[in-house]
Design a protein around this ligand. Structure first.
Ligand SMILES: [Zn+2]
Length: 198
């Protein structure tokens, strides 16, 4: 039913293909749990300004550097409704198809699945999360065109995970209380150790 619009790859001036060279750029820092800014509800993007375009580029740089398959603006401290996703890309196969999604919304869902998720903002844990198996996402791209994407499996999971970030929800908020509490304790210990070693 719908056309999926893909954002064309980033301009050649940005050395995205070469992770060696991105390492030398000033990458934005990824906020980590339990940073309170990850719990904020992000505000919609209004006009697409140069600032927004630069932020999208910064987000892509961070995502590919980490590496990750998705990143939401609040993860780098910008509480606005924008995410970047590339579920085609892996470290071995450097074919990149970045999607920049502004004010993304899920307008249809169907089915259920359980997927093992992780998150750049939630270190050292992966856990199974129940999600919709297929979704239809509506958003705006950087050219201010409406984008409608039908997604399933990994891409659908990624969309749901990233949009959760815009609502201040982390994937560990969707696992059992017991598992979450164990993780929170482990994470606190880890942070204490880091402080002691510093
Ligand atoms: Zn995440």
């Amino acid at each position: 039913m719908n056309h999926a619009v893909r954002i064309s790859p980033t301009p050649a001036t940005t050395p995205l293909k070469d992770s060696e060279s991105t390492r030398h750029m000033a990458l934005r820092e990824v906020l980590k749990f339990p940073d309170k800014r990850l719990k904020e509800i992000s505000t919609p993007v209004g006009e697409i300004t140069d600032e927004i375009r630069q932020l999208a580029q910064d987000m892509l740089d961070v995502m590919y550097d980490e590496p990750g398959i998705g990143l939401a603006a609040p993860q780098i401290g910008e509480s606005i409704r924008m995410v970047v996703v590339d579920t085609d890309w892996t470290e071995d196969d450097a074919e990149r198809n970045p999607l920049v999604l502004i004010n993304p919304e899920i307008v249809e869902r169907s089915g259920k699945l359980s997927w093992t998720e992780g998150c750049l903002s939630v270190p050292d844990i992966e856990a199974d999360v129940e999600r919709s198996e297929s979704v239809v996402l509506r958003a705006t791209n950087l050219e201010n065109d409406e984008v409608v994407i039908e997604a399933s499996q990994l891409q659908a999971v990624c969309f749901q995970h990233e949009i959760d970030h815009l609502d201040g929800v982390l994937f560990i908020d969707r696992i059992s209380r017991l598992k979450r509490n164990l993780y929170v304790q482990r994470r606190k210990k880890q942070l204490r150790r880091e402080l002691e070693d510093a």
